[in-house]
Design a protein. Sequence first.
Length: 488
Amino acid sequence: MRIALKITLALTLWTIGVLMVMSERELDNEFEIIDGDLTETLVLMGRALQPLVEDAWSRGGDAQVTAILEAAYAREQTVKLRWLDPARIDAGLEQAALTAAAQACSANEREEVLRWPVDAEPVAIYAYLPVTTSNARRSVLELRRSLAVRDELRARSRRQLSLTILVIGTCAAGMAIGIGWLLVGQRVGRLIALARQVGRGETTKAVAATGHDELTELTSALNDMAADLEDTRARGSRAAAERERLTHELRHADRLATIGALMARLAHEIGTPLNVIAARTKLIAREQVNGAAIVENARIAAEQTDRITAVVRSFLDFARGSREANRRFSADAMVEHVLGLLDSFARERRIELVVGTRAEGQWVRGNLLLLQQAITNLVINALDVAPPDTRVTVDLTMAERTPPDGRGRGPGPYVCVTVADRGPGIDPAALPHLFEAFFTTKPRGAGTGLGLSIAAGIVHEHEGWIDVLPDDGGGTRFVICLPVDADA
Ligand SMILES: Nc1ncnc2c1ncn2[C@@H]1O[C@H](COP(=O)(O)OP(=O)(O)OP(=O)(O)O)[C@@H](O)[C@H]1O
Ligand SMILES: [Mg+2]
């Protein structure tokens, strides 16, 4: 609509410009014709007067000529007559061009005509005609015709032009509003609505593209673009769903690998209580105990069964799928569970796995199982490198932190879980690659190199980040920071 208005306005201005130039040129042509006619009339009038003047001169000289001219043209307003004696030519004519014409007329005995002023828009025509008097002096008859008619013509032409411009302007505005709306505005409006829908990512309906003009082409192009985008979006969301499924599978596989590594220890963990249960129940079965002792042995057997159930459940919990609801949990409980799972694994290696400081009363929000998996991966790495008879500590702290660029939820309170070991530390050359998938320094078959990349993925999903720092006493410190959930 606005384009139609602009185009119409431009066309209207152009048309008006052309009309003005044409009207000026036409006016000039008309002036040429009028000037020619007026000049001819003036000269003819002069020629008619010539014999009369000569006769009057012969009869009464200068005074007689002047009297005749005054009498003949007393009531004439448009043509002015003057009788110029040769001696008065200079004195009578104040303008140099007129003087020159009159002198030329007198000297050459020739008619002289000129429009005056010479170098500007003329306001009058002057005609000079020679008159031969009896004493052989050549006087001059001056006839002056005003060109005021030009001003009238010009004013009339301007009035007509203004009227034309008014009519054209009104028609153009009507056209712009009416035809512009029908041909352009309405259709462009539909295209704008389509583009907005595409921009908002909504499902679009193709706009009808009828006709053969540029707007139809644009409509077809936009329809195609919207269809392509929808197709790409659908493919993108399928790819995202597939990516999510694969990530889920990978994380699950990582947990199963951890379970596999811990399995031998699980068998051992279950073995001890099973032996106790077997011994106690055999005592009862063989009736080697009676009375209160039966109750006591049964209680011990039940207690050991609970222990086995707890160990097996913690393994099963860890191994099961991770599509669990986003919820709020205590930071301490999150770490506690991991240590419970890995405790026997650490003991087997003669490594002391301990919780240093706690972050009592601090809460975190997210997927508990995934965050436990991330912490488990860090602790297992620490246990893998820690020499026997050393300690791996897990500290929980709460502090105001500013996350690194592109990570975290902005400056604010974060719970940080620090896993510190007394291992060999990290080779500076390996440092930039630690979180890359499949990066491992372990011997072939000993590690997949996925532990840290999976941990980082999980932590970033929870608006947190992981730092790696050398430990003051040798070894390494991995720090997972997660935003504190302040909502009660
Ligand atoms: N606490 C640590 N001390 C020294 N090096 C470490 C420590 N944690 C990780 N690394 C280094 O980072 C590498 C990558 O660790 P990541 O957990 O991703 O894979 P991995 O432990 O090698 O394999 P997987 O986790 O599958 O057993 C390790 O191979 C090791 O070189
Ligand atoms: Mg690892």
